[in-house]
Write a protein that binds this ligand. Sequence first.
Ligand SMILES: [Zn+2]
Length: 192
Amino acid sequence: MRKNRRVVSISLCVESRSFMKLTLRHSSLSLSILACMLFVACASEPKRPIPLAAVSMDAVDGSSIRGQISFSEPKETKGVLRVMVDVTGLTQREQGLHVMEADNCRAAVLPGARHFNPDGKLHGQHAGDLPNVQSDIYGTMRGPLLSRILTVSGKYSIVGHAIVITALPDDFSSQPEGSSGPVVACGVILPL
Ligand SMILES: [Zn+2]
């Protein structure tokens, strides 16, 4: 008589959004080998830093941008704010991303709304001047940007500030906002 084979479910490296489950029919020996391989793979994968603040981005002025941005301060890169961008609906290869002085989107989207600038510097050196978001061919960005100025507490805290995506890329030199065009998405950064 044919030996019964077991049905086993294995959860792989459970993370916030990447939950995978395998259902396999295999002998116990094969499962042992697979378990060892998975252990090595999971053990070598770096841990994602815990988000300390986040923002849900809403479309402005007829754009179709949607998504979330989360913020963390990884221990291994002390003094660096990690800005994890997960947005869709981008229309340019690069578009500006700015933390604003304003604490709400109604004010942040107005022409002349100021970037977060606690040190009174020129544009390009504003604390709120983040690197441009980079779109793939589908209008999506899922990946990290870094700031060596912004934090989630203290003088340079992003919490409670609006953050905007603009229609055009920031050139980091034109005053006062880098020729980055009108705001096409906005949200207010909240603590987690
Ligand atoms: Zn600026």
